[in-house]
Ligand binder design. Structure first.
Ligand code: GLA
Length: 660
């Protein structure tokens, strides 16, 4: 089935100019080394080990073995890359770099030979400064560019990641140019990865120097970090192309800080952005799900498409994103990405993604590995934090596939335990051919009552027609607050009788009405919480890593006993059930934050912004915030990074109160 979209002999539609090619960014000229004509794929140890002792020869060899044994080499992964901390802290008497004898007792050449013997390639790391970034400070290549590059070439290195620490203020372009020349002088093909964290807008100049350049600061294994990096990388699409790629940093898939749904989003979005796919988890300990995500051939094919276009944002409204990537065969990869904490309908059309007018289109779901036909609407209800990744083609093959339907939920699934809520589900025909004999079934967790109170079936759904069903849903009294899956299943037949099943999980929230009177909002149960670093803390500041690592909430010398400590970018939601009136707080950057701490606070009442502060710095005393949230079902407290980066953004919602 996968070959259908690129089948030889079919009419390839005229390649339409992508309507969304983002203007405004200079296109970097192409690097001259002829390498990385598709985004580099491989492994790098940093995200899983940092400098810990488990980063050693046996890990590197073990990863190379797994690449071969588990089919990752066949899937396209090639580079096994060593990050910081591989070296001895001092150069030797001849000024040469040496490997750390504990980690690499047989030296780098021997590991390189091993990796090469598996038909793979090997990468190494150093910094365009006097020392690398690790606190120990291993030797950097500034002033040693030609001899270090030659040494890497002598070891058989195929890829260099060149970092930015301890750069002594020397101009970035100059530093990265010297190493480009030094690598070229070795005569060995070495992929050149520029890692200056987007500080000097490398997308404007690095294309003629390197094969890829980091566009942001470091990723970490959290939803908020992945999301903020993705948002910075998406607008840079015009700079990417064969041999020169935007690099939104290495993958976190499998490291444990996100759900598998979120990791599928991470992998889908990196692929649609034509990002390097450098696995950042220790594959020796990886789960089946991690391997399944990383080796999805159809998603990898989006990333590795030879046309080399980075996908562009067609629309982004209230956390519902449509990102489309033009493919060499004229089809479009379309990511329907849901940033929000509940299932959302996300829709576009074949015309909007740039496909030519046709009778019908093939729409292939790259995670389900199933193809459908559509009359032109490209839409899905996407689970919370999920991405539906589609490949849509005007390939004349649509009639071979069953019609697509779209499943939806009309009402917001906030359920108070012991009380009956009425929810309406929808099944809508999208197909060029009608869906037949449709039936819908909503199920809840065991012990819940789910009863249809209107028809659950219909004989046919042509494109645009909807079967709407009302359900009475009761969570047993005493059900703890939290999120629960309600699953909508639709069964239908294509005109030739083929049975099709389609399923969407909706995240339902069991909530409790807030107590009436004056409340400390921070003490109420959270509907959802996202935070830039570490968890949201109750009554203390955010210490950036584990739970409970903060200090008393302190702004401008004033200490507060109650409130929430967060780190930008942050969003915390509470159920208010239409029963509350006003939120008040004293807000600001916590005194413990470094000088870079600048944030802005916002209070949202359902979809409306009810109050905002503008940018606050850590030199400012606590600012009062008052927001009218009357009638809102959900109150959302947002902290943004204030327009600079997410750096030292310790933000306190001090003395946070709500009246209900
Ligand atoms: C910097 C880079 C990271 C990693 C570390 C190693 O922070 O951006 O990707 O290489 O240095 O110290």
């Amino acid at each position: 089935m996968a070959g259908l979209l690129c089948a030889a002999g079919t009419t390839v539609p005229a390649v339409a100019e992508s309507p969304a090619s983002a203007p405004g960014h200079a296109v970097a000229p192409q690097s001259g080394n002829g390498l990385a004509l598709t985004p580099p794929m491989g492994f790098n140890n940093w995200n899983s080990t940092h400098c810990r002792a488990e980063f050693d020869e046996s890990m590197v060899k073990g990863i190379a073995d797994i690449f071969v044994e588990k089919g990752l080499k066949d899937a396209g992964y090639r580079y096994v890359n060593l990050d910081d901390c591989w070296a001895k802290p001092q150069r030797n008497a001849e000024g040469k770099l040496e490997a750390d004898p504990q980690r690499f007792p047989n030296g780098i050449k021997e590991v390189a030979d091993y990796v090469h013997s598996k038909g793979l390639k090997i990468g190494i790391y150093t910094s365009a400064g006097t020392k690398t970034c690790a606190s120990v400070g291993f030797p950097g290549a500034l002033g040693h560019e030609y001899s270090d590059a030659q040494q890497f070439a002598d070891w058989g290195i195929d890829y260099l990641k060149y970092d930015n620490c301890n750069n002594q203020g020397v101009d970035a372009k100059q530093r990265y140019t010297t190493m480009r020349d030094a690598l070229a002088a070795t005569g060995r093909p070495i992929v050149y990865s520029i890692c200056e964290w987007g500080e000097n807008k490398p997308w404007e100049w690095a294309g003629e120097l390197g094969n890829l350049w980091r566009t942001t600061g470091d990723i970490n294994d959290s939803w908020a970090s992945m999301l903020s990096i993705m948002k910075k990388n998406l607008p840079l699409a015009a700079a990417a192309g064969p041999g020169h790629w935007n690099d939104p940093d290495m993958l976190e898939v499998g490291n444990g800080g996100m759900t598998d749904t979120e990791y599928r989003t991470h992998f889908s979005m990196w692929s649609v952005m034509a990002a390097p796919l450098l696995i950042g988890s220790d594959l020796r300990k990886a789960s089946t799900e991690t391997f399944e995500i990383l080796s999805n051939h159809e998603v990898i094919a989006v990333d590795q498409d030879p046309l080399g276009k980075q996908g562009t944002v067609l629309s982004s409204v209230d956390g519902r994103w449509v990102v489309a990537k033009e493919m060499a065969d004229g089809s479009r990869a379309v990511a329907l990405f849901n940033e929000t904490g509940s299932a959302q309908r996300i829709a576009t059309t074949a015309a909007a993604v740039g496909l030519p007018k046709a009778d019908g289109y093939t729409m292939r779901d790259l995670w389900q590995h199933r193809s459908y036909n559509t009359a032109g609407t490209v839409a899905a209800t996407v689970p919370a934090h999920g991405t539906v990744l589609l490949r849509v083609a005007a390939d004349g093959e649509w009639a071979a596939h069953p019609p697509a339907v779209e499943l939806g939920l009309e009402s917001s699934p906030l359920i108070e335990a012991g009380r009956t809520a009425t929810l309406t589900t929808t099944v809508t025909g999208l197909g060029r051919t009608p869906a037949k004999k449709i039936s819908a079934l909503l199920t809840g967790p065991s012990g819940w009552q789910v009863k249809a109170v209107s028809p659950t079936g219909t004989p046919a759904l042509p494109a645009g027609r909807t079967l709407a069903t009302r359900w009475q849903v009761t969570a047993p009294a005493g059900t703890p607050t939290g999120t629960y899956d309600l699953t909508l299943d639709a069964r239908y037949r294509s005109p030739d009788g083929t049975l099709v099943r389609s399923t969407v999980p909706f995240r339902a929230h069991v909530v409790v009405a807030p107590p009436s009177g004056a409340n400390h909002l921070g003490d109420l149960p959270q509907l959802s919480a996202a935070n830039g670093w570490g968890p949201v803390e109750r009554d203390t500041s955010n210490g950036e890593s584990g739970a409970g690592d903060g200090h008393p909430l302190t702004i401008g010398g004033a200490v507060f006993a109650k409130g929430l400590g967060v780190h930008a970018d942050s969003a915390v939601e509470f159920y208010t059930g239409g029963a509350c009136g006003t939120v008040t707080a004293r807000v600001g950057v916590d005194d413990e934050a470094g000088a870079g701490g600048t944030v802005a606070f916002e209070v949202w009442a359902d979809g409306e912004k009810a109050a905002s502060t503008g940018v606050l710095t850590n030199a400012m005393p606590a600012q009062p915030v008052t927001a009218d949230v009357s009638g809102a079902q959900v109150v959302r407290l947002v902290v943004t990074d204030g327009g600079d980066d997410v750096d030292s953004d310790h933000a306190d919602w001090a003395d946070l109160r709500i009246t209900c």
